[in-house]
Design a protein around this ligand. Sequence first.
Ligand code: NDP
Length: 303
Amino acid sequence: MSEAAVIDGKAFSARLREKVASEVSRIKSESSVTPGLAVVLVGDDPASRVYVGSKAKQTVEAGMESFEHRYNDDIDEATLLDLIDQLNNDKTVNGILVQLPLPDQIDEQKVLSAIDPDKDVDGFHTTNVGRLWTGGESLVPCTPFGCSLMLKDYLGNLSGKNAIIIGRSNIVGKPMAALLLAESCTVTIAHSRTDDLPGKCREADIVVAAVGRPEMVKGDWIKPGATVIDVGINRVDAPEKGLKDDGSPKTKLVGDVDYAGAAAVAGAITPVPGGVGPMTIACLLRNTVVACCRQNGLPDPDL
Ligand code: NDP
């Protein structure tokens, strides 16, 4: 069997971002509206800072307005809820994203629930969760939405395919299941208590791994020709790359799938890095444009 095709998320996300930028420029020329995304960052976690920085950069590159609100991690809940209220009522803000995690003194669910569901570009509000599961007009969480776009682009019609999703989190596993069910896949949601996970995987035409365990899914779990979407992002030691200045081993990113083993069996696979990861911000930009159109009575863009 030949090596699996690589589903190139970097190239796919670049094409999506170009389409977003051209929709933004069309909206700006046909109306007086410029889509705007507000990102709220609490604390100075380095990874969150980098992530928020690249969201802001890509928002501006797509021709949209970017509003950043940064707070120290001693902020109280009432101040944060006041900010959300202001953003909900600000017509220049079409999308609101609160970078997680939030510090312990703040009830994360309370803050997420305070966001106007029509501006909830992360798709975490229970109103959007309900709309997604009942087939309504929702904003869909970015990472699973990106996975479904790549699957539909690569496989075309997904109807009737057996899909297994490993992981049942609210941000990846569950919305992924809703999206694949909506495409008429037969969906299995696996988790840490699932019996005979390798056997269940071997029945699947589509495997989505969202576990957070480095290289857990092995090549002999994969049905020959299956399509494998690896959501996992895990940093592991890479002694083969040498040592850092402090004497500790250098590190690398790996997915939840043993890439070499799975690529020898699968029909197609997403790499880590360069697969699902780059799609997440592109889908955030897409959701912001969709939210903007809906708030301004414009037709949904073709994205
Ligand atoms: P969570 O920790 O919230 O969920 C992990 C899920 O995996 C749980 O449902 C858990 O089961 C299940 N699980 C854990 N161990 C096993 C096991 N041994 N066998 C079967 N299932 C298991 O993680 P997230 O959903 O937030 O993230 C998953 C991965 O995706 C992480 O690596 C994360 O970094 C990555 N990620 C990547 C993004 C991107 O942009 N590409 C965005 C978001 C996440 P149980 O419920 O029973 O505990």
